[in-house]
Design a protein around this ligand. Structure first.
Ligand code: SF4
Length: 341
């Protein structure tokens, strides 16, 4: 059965017109799903009983079930959702002073194999549909009785490897008649799939692009991120410059600091050279220690020195607050634990 949450408003209008309904019915259905967050067609009380029956026979609402929920001492909540086909995905809710931010997964597993990522080693199963991406937001809002204000595509999966579904999900999230979260409050994080960075620049979506850079030489980066063998740093930075010039948006570069790997002054110097003059921001991430992984966290002293060097040389850099560190917040860990249990 088709998941009705996979449709953006324009496609849903077409579906309902094909059923012999007026277009405004699609707006009503869209509002029930994404604003009122109903979990059954029976709750769509301004639709005729006949239409509700037809919808029931042709579409599912695919409401996720919570398999596991862990709350950290800082209020971060990690969900493990049953996506109704025997697979499970992770979603993380973070509470900031400015509101609630959700970190969504875009795929079940990931093909990219970044060495610092806890998802590495979990086989790629499939990409999520648009409906499954937006359902993560709806399921968390329903469970916590809250309104989410920020969405980051930084959970399991490479969002630009699931390009069409992610872009379609963003259109639903951004639609004022849908979830209605401003594009500037939506952020896509990519390991660097260069052709799709160029494609995204042409979409006319004002979302924030976040690049997992993590190293300043190809040798270093290829060891951490195999994607660098396909698209090297020079090609990646060129695509980022194109994105900035086409969208006028500032890019955020993620840089996970790992002890004795990419956290010394020479790295900071190369990073300044690489990003000089770009409209960007560097997010320094104290790497989470991964069980059996190669990388360990840099010392606090090194992290601060690294940040100060960037700031003193014209690159805006901040250190990301470690949220949920007591609940295995590095992506992939909850799922792996659950599978082992
Ligand atoms: S860091 Fe992201 S892109 Fe890299 S393997 Fe993990 S989930 Fe995939």
């Amino acid at each position: 059965m088709k998941n009705i949450k996979d449709y953006d408003l324009e496609d849903l209008k077409q579906e309902l017109v094909n059923m012999g309904e007026k277009k405004f019915r699609a707006e009503q259905v869209f509002k029930w799903i994404f604003q009122d967050k109903v979990t059954s067609f029976d709750e769509m009380t301004n639709l005729s009983l006949e239409l509700r029956e037809t919808l029931k026979q042709n579409y599912s609402l695919s409401n996720f079930k919570i398999l596991k929920k862990q709350t950290a001492s800082d209020g971060t909540i990690k969900y493990l959702f049953d996506v109704l086909d025997g697979n499970a995905i992770e979603t993380v809710l973070m509470k900031y002073h400015h509101g609630f931010s959700i970190c969504v997964s875009s795929q079940i597993g990931c093909k990219m194999g970044c060495k610092f990522c806890a998802s590495t080693g979990i086989a790629f199963a499939r990409s999520l549909t648009s409906g499954e991406i937006v359902e993560q937001i709806l399921a968390v809002e329903r469970d916590e009785g809250i309104r989410i204000s920020n969405v980051v595509f930084m959970g399991i999966g490479e969002p630009l490897d699931n390009y069409e579904n992610v872009v379609n999900a963003i259109r639903i999230i951004n639609n004022q008649k849908g979830i209605n979260i401003g594009a500037r409050h939506i952020s896509i994080s990519t390991s660097g799939l260069v052709p799709n960075i160029y494609r995204l620049a042409e979409e006319n979506i004002q979302c924030t692009l976040s690049i997992s850079l993590h190293a300043t030489t190809d040798e270093q980066r290829s060891k951490m991120m195999p994607v660098n063998n396909m698209y090297n740093i020079e090609e990646l930075i060129k695509a980022c410059k194109d994105y900035i010039s086409k969208t006028n948006r500032r890019i955020s570069f993620e840089y996970a600091l790992a002890k004795d790997n990419n956290d010394n002054l020479e790295d900071a110097k190369r990073l300044v050279k690489l990003l000089k003059g770009m409209n960007c921001h560097v997010n320094l991430i104290p790497i989470n220690k991964i069980e059996n992984g190669k990388f360990t966290k840099s010392s606090n002293e090194n992290i601060i020195k690294f940040r100060d060097y960037l700031n003193e040389h014209g690159i805006v850099a901040t250190i990301r607050r470690e949220l949920g560190s007591d609940i295995d917040a590095a992506c992939g860990q909850l799922r792996r634990k659950n599978l082992n249990n």
